[in-house]
Design a protein around this ligand. Structure first.
Ligand SMILES: C[S@@+](CC[C@H](N)C(=O)[O-])C[C@H]1O[C@@H](n2cnc3c(N)ncnc32)[C@H](O)[C@@H]1O
Length: 205
């Protein structure tokens, strides 16, 4: 059954047992996004809530997820709100060309040992951050520069539960732009921008 969610004013969203439900991390990222203009790429869209919120003000929104249930649900949720975004099944940015004014990824961030990963639950993909919890965010930052427009920004999130620290890859600067203390962890939104604001490769849209 469709329901309204606090933190996503005015959006009607359905959930699915195999798809990550909007949570504290989702809402913290939404606060940092504000009202985007121009083009947005969301990696790992889950229910589609962030892509839908962006589609209300942005000109062009593309979203990806590796989980086929999430791709289907996000398409439905975006359409049921009368919004438009292209949702594709992809690993991170695979098959995505062009540069975007904003690129967002609320990544899986829980430290996970190989024996915890059964591989038979799509939801594992939402939480499994690898041994130090930072694997997916690190891969995201390593590839995001090729998808950022010259003045663009990328947003991702880390948890105090992670067993390491994210470093900005060469060519990007990284700074915290939002934080929330929860009972068992502190979540921090990180913003990456290209140093000097000049493209270093990739294709223009
Ligand atoms: C923590 S959930 C966030 C979902 C949604 N964006 C939100 O904020 O509520 C992470 C999402 O990323 C997806 N994901 C994980 N690894 C991915 C990858 N390599 N490429 C694309 N999507 C991925 C998962 O399937 C999941 O939907």
């Amino acid at each position: 059954m469709a329901r309204f969610l606090a933190g996503a004013p005015g959006l009607r969203l359905e959930d699915h047992p195999e798809v990550y439900p909007p949570s504290d991390d989702t809402f913290l990222i939404l606060e940092a996004i504000r009202r985007p203009k121009g083009s947005v790429l969301e990696v790992g869209t889950g229910s589609g809530i962030i892509a839908a919120a962006c589609a209300r003000t942005a000109e062009w929104v593309v979203a990806t997820d590796q989980n086929p249930h999430a791709v289907r649900l996000a398409r439905q949720n975006i359409a049921r709100n009368g919004l438009e975004a292209e949702v594709v099944a992809a690993d991170l940015f695979d098959g995505i060309s062009g540069r975007f004014d904003m690129v967002v990824f609320n990544p899986p961030y829980l430290p996970t040992s190989p024996e915890d990963v059964t591989g038979d639950r799509w939801l594992d993909l939402s939480v499994n951050g690898g041994p130090d919890g930072l694997g997916p965010a690190r891969r995201f930052l390593a590839g995001v520069e090729a998808h950022l427009s010259p003045g663009g920004r990328a947003l991702t999130l880390v948890s105090s539960l992670s067993a390491g620290r994210l470093r900005a890859p060469g060519g990007l600067s990284l700074r915290p732009v939002g934080s929330r203390k929860l009972p068992f962890e502190t979540l921090t939104v990180l913003e990456a921008r290209r140093v000097g604001g000049r493209p270093t490769g990739g294709r223009a849209p």
